[in-house]
Design a protein around this ligand. Structure first.
Ligand code: PBG
Length: 328
Protein backbone atom coordinates (compact mmCIF):
# COMPACT_ATOMS: atom_id res chain seq x y z
CA UNK A 1 0.00 0.00 0.00
CA UNK A 2 1.33 3.40 -0.92
CA UNK A 3 1.63 6.09 1.72
CA UNK A 4 -0.45 9.25 2.01
CA UNK A 5 -1.22 11.20 -0.12
CA UNK A 6 -1.27 8.51 -2.84
CA UNK A 7 -3.27 6.38 -0.48
CA UNK A 8 -6.27 8.21 0.92
CA UNK A 9 -8.53 5.74 2.69
CA UNK A 10 -11.35 8.25 2.66
CA UNK A 11 -11.67 8.05 -1.16
CA UNK A 12 -13.85 4.95 -1.10
CA UNK A 13 -16.02 6.39 1.67
CA UNK A 14 -17.16 9.39 -0.37
CA UNK A 15 -20.51 8.16 -1.57
CA UNK A 16 -23.07 5.59 -0.60
CA UNK A 17 -22.50 3.64 -3.81
CA UNK A 18 -18.76 3.34 -3.21
CA UNK A 19 -19.23 2.46 0.44
CA UNK A 20 -21.54 -0.31 -0.75
CA UNK A 21 -18.93 -1.57 -3.20
CA UNK A 22 -16.22 -1.93 -0.58
CA UNK A 23 -18.47 -3.30 2.17
CA UNK A 24 -16.84 -6.39 3.68
CA UNK A 25 -19.65 -7.88 5.76
CA UNK A 26 -23.39 -8.10 5.40
CA UNK A 27 -26.21 -8.71 7.79
CA UNK A 28 -29.34 -10.38 6.48
CA UNK A 29 -32.41 -12.00 7.96
CA UNK A 30 -30.69 -15.35 7.44
CA UNK A 31 -28.40 -14.43 10.32
CA UNK A 32 -31.15 -14.16 12.91
CA UNK A 33 -32.35 -16.67 15.49
CA UNK A 34 -35.21 -15.30 17.54
CA UNK A 35 -35.03 -16.15 21.24
CA UNK A 36 -38.52 -16.42 22.76
CA UNK A 37 -39.58 -16.93 26.36
CA UNK A 38 -42.50 -19.29 26.84
CA UNK A 39 -44.78 -19.36 29.83
CA UNK A 40 -47.18 -21.95 31.18
CA UNK A 41 -49.51 -19.22 32.40
CA UNK A 42 -53.05 -18.45 31.27
CA UNK A 43 -52.13 -14.97 30.06
CA UNK A 44 -51.34 -14.93 26.37
CA UNK A 45 -48.55 -12.45 26.94
CA UNK A 46 -46.86 -11.04 30.00
CA UNK A 47 -44.16 -8.38 29.82
CA UNK A 48 -40.71 -9.04 31.27
CA UNK A 49 -40.02 -5.84 33.27
CA UNK A 50 -36.24 -5.84 32.81
CA UNK A 51 -36.58 -6.52 29.07
CA UNK A 52 -38.82 -3.79 27.63
CA UNK A 53 -40.45 -5.06 24.43
CA UNK A 54 -40.07 -8.73 25.35
CA UNK A 55 -43.15 -10.67 26.47
CA UNK A 56 -43.38 -14.17 27.78
CA UNK A 57 -45.89 -15.93 25.56
CA UNK A 58 -48.09 -18.90 26.30
CA UNK A 59 -48.84 -21.97 24.18
CA UNK A 60 -51.56 -20.24 22.19
CA UNK A 61 -49.43 -17.28 21.38
CA UNK A 62 -46.23 -19.13 20.49
CA UNK A 63 -47.76 -20.35 17.24
CA UNK A 64 -48.49 -16.75 16.28
CA UNK A 65 -44.92 -15.80 17.09
CA UNK A 66 -43.64 -18.64 14.91
CA UNK A 67 -45.87 -17.46 12.06
CA UNK A 68 -44.56 -13.95 12.57
CA UNK A 69 -40.99 -15.25 12.44
CA UNK A 70 -41.72 -17.06 9.19
CA UNK A 71 -43.39 -14.00 7.66
CA UNK A 72 -40.40 -11.88 8.67
CA UNK A 73 -38.01 -14.31 7.01
CA UNK A 74 -36.35 -15.42 10.26
CA UNK A 75 -34.98 -18.95 9.75
CA UNK A 76 -35.30 -20.27 13.29
CA UNK A 77 -36.65 -19.60 16.76
CA UNK A 78 -35.17 -20.70 20.09
CA UNK A 79 -37.49 -21.44 22.99
CA UNK A 80 -36.91 -20.89 26.73
CA UNK A 81 -39.51 -21.87 29.32
CA UNK A 82 -40.83 -20.02 32.34
CA UNK A 83 -42.14 -22.85 34.47
CA UNK A 84 -44.56 -22.60 37.36
CA UNK A 85 -42.61 -23.14 40.63
CA UNK A 86 -44.98 -25.94 41.59
CA UNK A 87 -43.41 -28.06 38.84
CA UNK A 88 -39.87 -27.55 40.12
CA UNK A 89 -37.95 -29.95 42.31
CA UNK A 90 -34.37 -30.93 43.14
CA UNK A 91 -34.30 -33.65 40.47
CA UNK A 92 -35.67 -31.45 37.64
CA UNK A 93 -38.37 -34.09 37.03
CA UNK A 94 -40.36 -31.77 34.81
CA UNK A 95 -37.48 -31.77 32.29
CA UNK A 96 -38.48 -35.36 31.54
CA UNK A 97 -42.18 -34.66 31.08
CA UNK A 98 -43.14 -35.60 27.52
CA UNK A 99 -46.16 -33.31 27.80
CA UNK A 100 -44.33 -30.44 29.43
CA UNK A 101 -44.47 -26.84 28.21
CA UNK A 102 -41.54 -27.06 25.80
CA UNK A 103 -42.48 -30.36 24.08
CA UNK A 104 -46.05 -29.07 23.70
CA UNK A 105 -44.82 -25.79 22.24
CA UNK A 106 -42.49 -27.58 19.82
CA UNK A 107 -45.34 -29.82 18.64
CA UNK A 108 -47.67 -26.84 18.20
CA UNK A 109 -45.11 -24.81 16.26
CA UNK A 110 -44.00 -27.71 14.06
CA UNK A 111 -47.63 -28.56 13.23
CA UNK A 112 -48.55 -24.99 12.31
CA UNK A 113 -45.30 -23.67 10.83
CA UNK A 114 -43.26 -26.69 9.70
CA UNK A 115 -40.88 -24.61 7.62
CA UNK A 116 -39.34 -22.82 10.57
CA UNK A 117 -36.38 -24.22 12.50
CA UNK A 118 -37.06 -24.91 16.16
CA UNK A 119 -34.19 -24.79 18.62
CA UNK A 120 -34.63 -25.81 22.23
CA UNK A 121 -32.34 -25.53 25.22
CA UNK A 122 -31.42 -28.80 26.83
CA UNK A 123 -31.24 -27.47 30.35
CA UNK A 124 -32.32 -28.30 33.86
CA UNK A 125 -32.31 -24.83 35.42
CA UNK A 126 -35.89 -23.97 34.44
CA UNK A 127 -36.97 -27.11 36.32
CA UNK A 128 -34.74 -27.28 39.41
CA UNK A 129 -35.97 -25.69 42.62
CA UNK A 130 -32.43 -24.43 43.30
CA UNK A 131 -32.02 -22.84 39.86
CA UNK A 132 -28.83 -24.66 38.92
CA UNK A 133 -28.18 -26.40 35.60
CA UNK A 134 -27.46 -29.72 37.25
CA UNK A 135 -28.40 -32.06 40.03
CA UNK A 136 -26.85 -31.25 43.38
CA UNK A 137 -25.27 -33.22 46.14
CA UNK A 138 -24.81 -30.90 49.06
CA UNK A 139 -23.30 -27.79 47.54
CA UNK A 140 -21.81 -29.42 44.45
CA UNK A 141 -23.29 -29.79 41.01
CA UNK A 142 -22.80 -33.41 39.98
CA UNK A 143 -21.54 -33.71 36.42
CA UNK A 144 -22.26 -37.28 35.32
CA UNK A 145 -25.76 -37.72 36.78
CA UNK A 146 -26.65 -34.37 35.17
CA UNK A 147 -25.37 -35.55 31.80
CA UNK A 148 -27.61 -38.62 32.00
CA UNK A 149 -30.66 -36.46 32.62
CA UNK A 150 -29.72 -34.09 29.82
CA UNK A 151 -29.47 -36.96 27.35
CA UNK A 152 -32.90 -38.23 28.39
CA UNK A 153 -34.38 -34.79 28.10
CA UNK A 154 -32.83 -34.31 24.64
CA UNK A 155 -34.63 -37.43 23.44
CA UNK A 156 -37.95 -36.09 24.65
CA UNK A 157 -37.32 -32.80 22.85
CA UNK A 158 -36.29 -34.61 19.66
CA UNK A 159 -39.39 -36.79 19.87
CA UNK A 160 -41.52 -33.63 20.12
CA UNK A 161 -39.96 -32.46 16.85
CA UNK A 162 -37.14 -30.12 17.81
CA UNK A 163 -34.75 -29.59 14.90
CA UNK A 164 -31.81 -28.46 17.00
CA UNK A 165 -31.11 -29.25 20.64
CA UNK A 166 -28.86 -26.80 22.44
CA UNK A 167 -27.29 -27.94 25.70
CA UNK A 168 -26.68 -24.82 27.78
CA UNK A 169 -25.33 -26.33 30.98
CA UNK A 170 -21.52 -26.56 30.50
CA UNK A 171 -21.26 -30.06 32.00
CA UNK A 172 -18.36 -32.11 30.64
CA UNK A 173 -19.30 -34.82 28.18
CA UNK A 174 -22.88 -33.77 27.61
CA UNK A 175 -22.61 -33.29 23.87
CA UNK A 176 -21.27 -36.83 23.43
CA UNK A 177 -23.97 -38.31 25.63
CA UNK A 178 -26.70 -36.41 23.80
CA UNK A 179 -25.31 -37.37 20.40
CA UNK A 180 -25.18 -41.01 21.42
CA UNK A 181 -28.72 -40.92 22.76
CA UNK A 182 -29.99 -39.27 19.57
CA UNK A 183 -28.23 -41.85 17.39
CA UNK A 184 -29.53 -44.82 19.30
CA UNK A 185 -32.99 -43.28 19.70
CA UNK A 186 -33.48 -42.91 15.96
CA UNK A 187 -32.94 -39.15 15.84
CA UNK A 188 -29.70 -39.03 13.95
CA UNK A 189 -30.83 -35.98 11.93
CA UNK A 190 -31.36 -33.79 14.96
CA UNK A 191 -28.64 -31.15 15.16
CA UNK A 192 -26.73 -30.15 18.25
CA UNK A 193 -25.87 -26.51 18.77
CA UNK A 194 -23.68 -26.53 21.83
CA UNK A 195 -23.32 -23.64 24.17
CA UNK A 196 -19.64 -24.44 23.79
CA UNK A 197 -18.06 -21.43 25.45
CA UNK A 198 -20.52 -20.16 27.99
CA UNK A 199 -19.25 -17.75 30.59
CA UNK A 200 -20.36 -17.17 34.18
CA UNK A 201 -21.77 -13.79 33.29
CA UNK A 202 -23.58 -10.96 34.99
CA UNK A 203 -25.44 -10.38 31.73
CA UNK A 204 -27.92 -13.22 32.33
CA UNK A 205 -29.76 -11.30 35.05
CA UNK A 206 -32.89 -10.28 33.12
CA UNK A 207 -33.23 -13.81 31.68
CA UNK A 208 -33.32 -15.27 35.15
CA UNK A 209 -36.14 -12.82 35.93
CA UNK A 210 -37.85 -13.79 32.69
CA UNK A 211 -37.86 -17.52 33.38
CA UNK A 212 -38.28 -17.08 37.12
CA UNK A 213 -35.03 -18.60 38.35
CA UNK A 214 -33.45 -15.45 39.77
CA UNK A 215 -34.95 -15.63 43.25
CA UNK A 216 -34.41 -19.38 43.58
CA UNK A 217 -30.77 -19.50 42.49
CA UNK A 218 -28.49 -20.44 45.35
CA UNK A 219 -24.95 -19.21 44.86
CA UNK A 220 -23.56 -18.76 41.38
CA UNK A 221 -22.61 -20.90 38.39
CA UNK A 222 -18.85 -20.48 38.49
CA UNK A 223 -18.10 -24.17 39.03
CA UNK A 224 -19.44 -25.00 35.59
CA UNK A 225 -19.69 -21.85 33.47
CA UNK A 226 -16.40 -20.35 32.30
CA UNK A 227 -14.31 -17.69 33.98
CA UNK A 228 -14.57 -14.44 31.96
CA UNK A 229 -10.79 -14.10 32.27
CA UNK A 230 -10.16 -17.11 30.03
CA UNK A 231 -9.75 -17.38 26.30
CA UNK A 232 -7.55 -20.45 25.52
CA UNK A 233 -9.89 -22.54 27.62
CA UNK A 234 -12.75 -21.59 25.29
CA UNK A 235 -10.89 -23.27 22.42
CA UNK A 236 -10.52 -26.44 24.49
CA UNK A 237 -14.24 -26.37 25.32
CA UNK A 238 -15.20 -25.96 21.69
CA UNK A 239 -12.79 -28.66 20.55
CA UNK A 240 -14.33 -31.16 22.97
CA UNK A 241 -17.85 -30.38 21.76
CA UNK A 242 -16.85 -30.79 18.12
CA UNK A 243 -15.16 -34.13 18.84
CA UNK A 244 -18.29 -35.24 20.71
CA UNK A 245 -20.56 -34.44 17.79
CA UNK A 246 -21.72 -30.83 17.89
CA UNK A 247 -22.92 -29.50 14.52
CA UNK A 248 -22.77 -25.86 15.53
CA UNK A 249 -21.02 -24.04 18.31
CA UNK A 250 -22.07 -20.99 20.24
CA UNK A 251 -20.43 -18.35 22.39
CA UNK A 252 -22.36 -16.70 25.17
CA UNK A 253 -22.75 -13.84 26.08
CA UNK A 254 -22.10 -12.00 22.84
CA UNK A 255 -20.78 -8.45 22.83
CA UNK A 256 -18.18 -8.80 25.61
CA UNK A 257 -16.80 -11.96 23.93
CA UNK A 258 -16.28 -11.01 20.28
CA UNK A 259 -12.60 -11.92 20.60
CA UNK A 260 -13.58 -15.46 21.58
CA UNK A 261 -15.85 -15.76 18.55
CA UNK A 262 -13.05 -14.69 16.24
CA UNK A 263 -10.58 -17.15 17.73
CA UNK A 264 -13.07 -20.01 17.52
CA UNK A 265 -14.05 -19.25 13.93
CA UNK A 266 -10.41 -19.01 12.86
CA UNK A 267 -9.41 -22.18 14.68
CA UNK A 268 -12.28 -24.54 13.81
CA UNK A 269 -14.14 -23.03 10.82
CA UNK A 270 -17.38 -24.42 12.25
CA UNK A 271 -20.84 -22.89 12.00
CA UNK A 272 -20.41 -20.41 14.84
CA UNK A 273 -23.08 -18.42 16.67
CA UNK A 274 -23.29 -15.84 19.40
CA UNK A 275 -26.03 -15.41 21.95
CA UNK A 276 -26.73 -11.73 22.48
CA UNK A 277 -28.14 -12.29 25.92
CA UNK A 278 -30.84 -10.69 28.03
CA UNK A 279 -28.50 -8.23 29.75
CA UNK A 280 -27.19 -6.98 26.44
CA UNK A 281 -30.77 -6.47 25.32
CA UNK A 282 -31.69 -4.74 28.58
CA UNK A 283 -28.83 -2.26 28.58
CA UNK A 284 -29.32 -1.29 24.97
CA UNK A 285 -33.07 -0.84 25.38
CA UNK A 286 -32.58 1.17 28.57
CA UNK A 287 -30.25 3.59 26.81
CA UNK A 288 -32.56 3.79 23.80
CA UNK A 289 -35.62 4.43 25.95
CA UNK A 290 -33.81 7.23 27.73
CA UNK A 291 -32.98 8.80 24.40
CA UNK A 292 -29.27 8.34 25.10
CA UNK A 293 -28.61 6.11 22.12
CA UNK A 294 -30.32 5.62 18.78
CA UNK A 295 -32.14 2.29 19.05
CA UNK A 296 -32.03 1.19 15.43
CA UNK A 297 -28.42 2.21 14.91
CA UNK A 298 -27.06 0.44 17.95
CA UNK A 299 -29.04 -2.75 17.36
CA UNK A 300 -27.90 -3.03 13.76
CA UNK A 301 -24.34 -2.05 14.66
CA UNK A 302 -24.19 -4.69 17.38
CA UNK A 303 -25.50 -7.38 15.03
CA UNK A 304 -22.99 -6.40 12.34
CA UNK A 305 -20.29 -6.66 15.00
CA UNK A 306 -21.12 -10.34 15.40
CA UNK A 307 -20.85 -10.90 11.66
CA UNK A 308 -17.50 -9.10 11.53
CA UNK A 309 -16.25 -11.22 14.43
CA UNK A 310 -16.99 -14.37 12.43
CA UNK A 311 -20.50 -15.41 13.40
CA UNK A 312 -22.77 -17.30 11.03
CA UNK A 313 -25.74 -16.14 13.01
CA UNK A 314 -26.91 -14.53 16.24
CA UNK A 315 -29.43 -15.62 18.83
CA UNK A 316 -31.10 -12.37 19.78
CA UNK A 317 -34.25 -10.91 21.31
CA UNK A 318 -33.91 -8.18 18.67
CA UNK A 319 -34.57 -10.64 15.82
CA UNK A 320 -38.12 -9.50 14.89
CA UNK A 321 -37.15 -5.82 15.03
CA UNK A 322 -33.98 -6.37 13.01
CA UNK A 323 -35.81 -8.56 10.49
CA UNK A 324 -38.41 -5.86 10.02
CA UNK A 325 -35.70 -3.29 9.33
CA UNK A 326 -33.79 -5.63 7.03
CA UNK A 327 -36.91 -6.28 5.01
CA UNK A 328 -37.00 -2.68 3.79
C1 PBG B 1 -29.31 -21.64 31.38
C2 PBG B 1 -29.50 -20.54 30.38
C3 PBG B 1 -29.24 -19.20 30.65
C4 PBG B 1 -29.54 -18.50 29.48
C5 PBG B 1 -29.99 -19.41 28.53
N1 PBG B 1 -29.95 -20.68 29.10
C6 PBG B 1 -28.82 -18.49 31.87
C7 PBG B 1 -27.93 -19.05 32.85
O1 PBG B 1 -26.95 -19.73 32.52
O2 PBG B 1 -28.21 -18.82 34.02
C8 PBG B 1 -29.37 -17.00 29.38
C9 PBG B 1 -30.07 -16.30 28.30
C10 PBG B 1 -30.08 -14.83 28.41
O3 PBG B 1 -29.51 -14.22 29.35
O4 PBG B 1 -30.66 -14.21 27.51
N2 PBG B 1 -29.58 -22.91 31.00
Amino acid sequence: MAAYPYTRLRRTRQANWSRRLVRENTLTRDDLIWTIVLSDGADKRAPVPSMPGVDRVNLKEIVKEAQRARDLGIPAIALFPHVNPKFKDAAASEALNRNGLVPEAVRAVKAAVPEIGVIVDVALDPYTDHGHDGVMEGDTIKNDPTVELLAESAIILAEAGADIVAPSDMMDGRVGAIREALESGGYSDVMIMSYAAKYASGFYGPYRDAIGTASALKGDKRTYQMDPSNSDEALREVEQDIIEGADMVMVKPGMPYLDIIRRIKDEFAMPTYAFQVSGEYAMMMAAAQNGWLDEKRIIMESLMGFKRAGCDGVLTYFAPKAAEWLKH
